[in-house]
Design a protein around this ligand. Structure first.
Ligand SMILES: Cc1ncc(C[n+]2csc(CCOP(=O)(O)OP(=O)(O)O)c2C)c(N)n1
Length: 278
């Protein structure tokens, strides 16, 4: 398959997305940094090379759908939509402001490219499953992608939705789990242990791939593989580093829901600049 961007270009796009995320969160003064930074590689590959979604087809029935079930990491969604010209960059700096279209949890219909309202964990995946079932019944070929947090998987509704996805054999559904081992109050192990998350998805009838979610090549190959599989919903467990690329944010759950102040922003941008120019 011929892709638009090379792996090296995707790595650079991912860093640019991180820079936008940090700047918009700093300007908002609050919001979710860790998960947003950790998922920048997935967003770069998904929107850059794999999903059939552009500003031009974003309201057309033939598009692929990307749901963000862990809606709180929406800074990375907004940054991606800006990078790929769904919205202007200046709109990013209205994040979390009164009357802004870019709220701290996404609101469906506010801007092109936002497919579900977010906030209550477990609901986005349920909506994605419902849409995938409807598309399948209508014999349409659109792909439905849904991004889910690992802390979110502690919510029972996630598993109810998978029971239905399995029953309906939703092979048009690709769920990407942000396996970063943190959530709002601590590590996922400390809050509610999974032991073997992959095994749990398998026992719910899903096809599973486990990858390094900060490696654009792994992400692209996993998505390609998932698209080719038939008969079952597919789950990609993307092992990511929360806060990826900024040393003092990496793997620290305290950055789940905290924005960088001016000093922290400067240090973070310098670190990302060094990675970019390596
Ligand atoms: C139904 C529901 N319960 C609780 C919350 C509060 N909450 C917001 S984010 C979060 C943790 C989510 O963890 P994860 O999905 O792993 O996010 P990450 O830390 O990786 O960004 C919780 C419990 C919520 N938004 N919805």
């Amino acid at each position: 398959m011929k892709y638009k961007y090379s792996y090296q270009e995707l790595r650079l796009i991912s860093i640019t997305l991180k820079e936008l995320v940090l700047k918009m969160l700093n300007s908002a003064g609050s919001g979710h940094t860790g998960g947003a930074l950790g998922m920048s590689d997935v967003f770069a590959v998904l929107y850059g090379n794999v999903a059939n979604i552009t500003p031009q087809n974003a309201t057309l029935k033939r598009r692929d759908y990307i749901f963000l079930s862990n809606g709180h990491i929406c800074p990375i969604l907004y940054a991606t939509l800006s990078y790929f010209h769904f919205i202007e960059e200046e709109e990013l700096y209205t994040l979390r402001k009164l009357h802004s279209k870019l709220q701290g949890h996404p609101h469906v219909g506010s801007i092109r490219g936002v497919e579900n309202s977010g906030g209550p964990l477990g609901q986005g995946i349920s909506q994605a499953v419902g849409l995938a079932a409807a598309l399948k019944r209508d014999k349409r070929n659109n792909q439905v992608y849904c991004i889910v947090g690992d802390g979110e998987c502690e919510e029972g509704q996630v598993w109810e939705s998978l029971l239905f996805a399995h029953k309906e054999e939703l092979d048009n559904l690709i769920i990407i789990v942000d396996r970063n081992h943190i959530q709002i109050d601590g590590t996922t192990d400390d809050v509610l242990k999974f032991d073997n998350l992959a095994q749990k998805f398998t026992s719910f009838g899903c096809d599973i791939t486990q990858i390094d979610g900060n490696n654009v090549e792994h992400i692209q190959l996993a998505l390609e593989h998932a698209r080719s599989r038939r008969g079952k919903p597919h789950v990609i467990i993307a092992n990511t580093i929360p806060g990826c690329g900024v040393s003092f944010m990496e793997n620290d759950y305290k950055w789940h829901g905290k924005a960088p102040n001016d000093e922290e922003l400067q240090v973070a941008l310098e670190e990302l600049g060094k990675i970019k120019n390596k």
